[in-house]
Design a protein around this ligand. Structure first.
Ligand SMILES: *[C@@H]1O[C@H](CO)[C@@H](O)[C@H](O)[C@H]1NC(C)=O
Ligand SMILES: *[C@@H]1O[C@H](CO)[C@@H](O)[C@H](O)[C@H]1NC(C)=O
Ligand SMILES: *[C@@H]1O[C@H](CO)[C@@H](O)[C@H](O)[C@H]1NC(C)=O
Ligand SMILES: *[C@@H]1O[C@H](CO)[C@@H](O)[C@H](O)[C@H]1NC(C)=O
Ligand SMILES: CC(=O)N[C@H]1CO[C@H](CO)[C@@H](O)[C@@H]1O
Length: 670
């Protein structure tokens, strides 16, 4: 199910054929999409400050707080969907090889109320100080549990296993949370054993809690007496009146890898999502849920464009290798993605075209479509779609209207290629949990790549100088700071970290370095804290890795480099002149210091030694260098590669070794 088949018939054109094709083109050519604002001026300077900008979609400096007057919380948004769709399908799930089954909006709302009443019966308090952890895979029950909390003003703490046990227990303890946990998750048991102030439901199978199979026992459907529903139903003797969350009530999100709970309010959610609604001005009707619900990005997409409009969300079967099959069955119109997945689709498409002729046709077709795109035409019914691309589109269900990519940068090549081949709108967003996932978003009609669009209407973006790194706002570069309705309220019970992230004027300091482009869009150019993500989403702290490698005998200095477009690390190593020649001699190679630095076998020996040391020190495989360049000259203050405090000037090292870095990435297999 995961192979992409590309069908490229050889095209022989007679004059007659050309004429009929031209006629066909005239009929099917779509009018270019009208962008919502001038694409050469997508953001506007605030108070005459060119580095402080807001969306060009706003009339003035007043930021957008909500879109519909009656939807100021995530609860309101669901209620709006309920009014629009009523008994229409809301949440979908499927068993292997079967079609999707749907739970309606009405059922979801009822189940949420029963579950919420049950939580109260179990001792939870109906107020925003009550936290409820949800620890399960993406499933309808996740959404129902979440809505149950919002129905009674409780705060939700999404948990996921890569957070680590310690972080989870820490956060749960901070909030004395109740916890709803799926039995299937191994980690659930550990958490349950360590942490039990309000053990809500470990022994109940969240998986099967609500499936409508035994209506006489419980109308919303348990299948056995250990089911959550049964338990909740008996606790909830009678269902309680709803006490919905208010705008300022919290929803907690945990910062990946660190035990910090970001306090997001319902107002934050309403603002970010309304911004996106405002930009898209489209309402999509089927989406697939497979990205972890504990990540803000995925949560927002669902609350937002989906529930608020009464749309459907289908869940994958829980196995990422079956995702493509789920997509083909569900035929989503909206597909939220992370760049890694788009990269995989791109590789698959290219990999499936082996003959040179087909490849030439594919590339030619892509260029034709890209030319159309640059004039604003997005379609899937051009001649080239018929000939080449519709087969590819069919593998993604054939109904896609738009794709949203976020969470890491995507390579412009991949983005432009897929915009052409998939024939649907692909938007790129930039943001982080602390600003409710969204900060900037690419404008419809702007199909250029290499930037992350303009500020969303709910927030302003300002750049500030970073003298250490040579970024100055006078050059249009600096740290990206965000202020507005989508910015969070701080970290839970952690004033110090909160003060680091939020300054006294309410600006969130993102740690990313950005650059304003002339047309008012933002480009991400660097990272302030020396932490970055690899393309598979792993966080890398290069200095920690460098400290490990410094223990290697032949290594004097080392610089670890990675890139969020790449999946592995490479390095620049300065060998220790004192020991290097002897160390290499022991391995049977003789030469001068400079010669040895160029010797491929020497490089291999150094890399092996470093890998062994790294392994011993507990570096994970993705934290190990996969290639390196041996450099015979020390990094020093005088050659500008060290700071006066003898720290690496990372930006400068990267610049000086750009050529070697590019070479290493082009030769190391991934
Ligand atoms: C859960 O089940 C285990 C054994 O299966 C039992 O020891 C424990 O008391 C149960 N917990 C609750 C809350 O029912
Ligand atoms: C649950 O079901 C089992 C067998 O299906 C039965 O033995 C047990 O008594 C039931 N427990 C309750 C509380 O109904
Ligand atoms: C083209 O896109 C529309 C939605 O915009 C969709 O309904 C249709 O099925 C798509 N066609 C193909 C061949 O993908
Ligand atoms: C905006 O500017 C960038 C950088 O100059 C460019 O790559 C991009 O194509 C521009 N976008 C539009 C829509 O002109
Ligand atoms: C779609 C959504 O609701 N949240 C978005 C907020 O904005 C950013 C774009 O900047 C998106 O990436 C988020 O998904």
């Amino acid at each position: 199910p995961r192979t992409y088949v590309i069908y490229v018939p050889s095209v022989t054109m007679s004059v007659g054929a050309l004429a009929s094709l031209t006629a066909y083109w005239l009929v099917t050519r779509r009018r270019p999409m009208q962008p919502p604002c001038d694409l050469n001026a997508q953001s506007i300077a605030v108070q005459g400050e060119p580095n402080w900008r807001r969306s060009a979609l706003l009339k003035d400096d007043a930021l957008l707080e909500f879109y519909y007057d009656d939807t100021r919380t995530a609860y309101d948004m669901f209620q709006r969907g309920l009014r629009v769709a009523g008994n229409g399908p809301c949440l979908g799930f499927r068993k292997p090889g079967e079609p999707y089954q749907w739970i309606s909006y009405t059922e979801v709302a009822e189940q949420a109320q029963v579950l919420g009443s049950g939580l109260l019966g179990k001792g939870c308090q109906p107020n925003p100080e009550q936290f409820v952890g949800i620890f399960a895979q993406n499933r309808p029950e996740w959404i129902i549990s979440e809505l149950a909390c919002y129905t009674f003003s409780m705060a939700v703490v999404p948990l996921y296993d890569t957070l680590g046990e310690e972080a989870m227990v820490h956060i749960l303890n901070l909030g004395k949370a109740g916890i709803l946990c799926s039995k299937r998750w191994r980690m659930g048991k550990c958490i349950y054993n360590q942490y039990t102030p309000i053990p809500l439901a470990y022994n109940y199978s969240l998986e099967r809690a609500f499936l409508p199979t035994l209506p006489e026992m419980c109308p919303w459907g348990p299948t056995d007496n250990l089911s959550l529903c049964y338990e909740m139903n008996s606790c909830a003797a009678q269902s309680r009146a709803v006490m919905p969350s208010s705008k300022l009530n919290r929803v907690l999100f945990i910062w990946p890898g660190k035990p910090k709970g970001a306090m997001i309010t319902h107002g934050n959610i309403a603002s970010n999502s309304s911004s996106v609604i405002k930009i898209l001005e489209v309402c999509s009707d089927v989406s697939i849920s497979y990205l972890p619900l504990a990540h803000m990005f995925e949560r927002m997409i669902q609350v937002v464009s989906m529930f608020c409009h009464g749309a459907r969300v289908g869940f994958y079967q829980g196995d990422i290798s079956l995702l493509m099959d789920d997509i083909k069955t569900l035929k989503p119109t909206f597909f939220p993605v992370v760049p890694r997945l788009l990269n995989r689709i791109y590789d698959k498409i290219l990999g499936s075209v082996t003959s040179p002729l087909r490849r030439a046709v594919l590339h030619y077709a892509v260029r034709r479509k890209q030319a159309e795109l640059s004039s604003g035409v997005v379609r899937n019914n051009s001649l080239w779609d018929r000939l080449v691309f519709n087969r590819i589109q069919a593998n993604l269900g054939g109904n896609l209207r738009f794709i949203l990519t976020a969470s890491a940068p995507i390579s412009p090549t991949v983005l432009s290629f897929l915009r052409a081949t998939l024939g649907c709108l692909i938007f790129e967003g930039y943001g982080q949990t602390e600003c409710t996932a969204g900060c900037t978003f690419s404008m419809p009609g702007d199909w250029s790549a290499g930037h992350v669009g303009a500020p969303l209407p709910c927030a302003m973006v300002k750049l500030v100088d970073i003298p250490d790194m040579n970024y100055y706002t006078k050059n249009g570069e600096g740290e990206i700071c965000i202020r507005g309705h989508s910015v969070f309220r701080g970290y839970l019970k952690d004033e110090e970290k909160t003060a680091e992230a939020l300054d006294s004027d309410g600006w969130l300091h993102s740690g990313d370095v950005g650059q304003w482009l002339l047309n008012g869009t933002l480009r991400i150019i660097d990272r302030k804290k020396h932490i970055f993500k690899l393309s598979q989403g792993e966080y890398i702290a290069p200095e920690r890795i460098e400290n490990v490698y410094m223990r290697c005998v032949p290594v004097l200095q080392v610089f670890v480099h990675g890139d969020s477009l790449k999946s592995h690390l490479i390095g620049i190593v300065v060998p220790d002149p004192e020991v290097f020649i002897d160390w290499v001699k022991e391995r049977g190679i003789i030469g001068s210091y400079k010669e040895l630095c160029q010797h491929p076998d020497v490089k291999k020996a150094v890399l092996e030694d470093m890998t062994a040391v790294g392994k011993e020190a507990g570096l994970k495989s993705f934290e190990q260098l996969k290639d390196l360049h041996l450099h015979p000259e020390m990094f020093s203050v005088s050659n500008g590669l060290l700071t006066p405090t003898l720290k690496s000037r990372r930006v400068d090292i990267r610049r000086v070794f750009q050529e070697q870095i590019t070479n290493m990435y082009s030769t190391t297999a991934i």
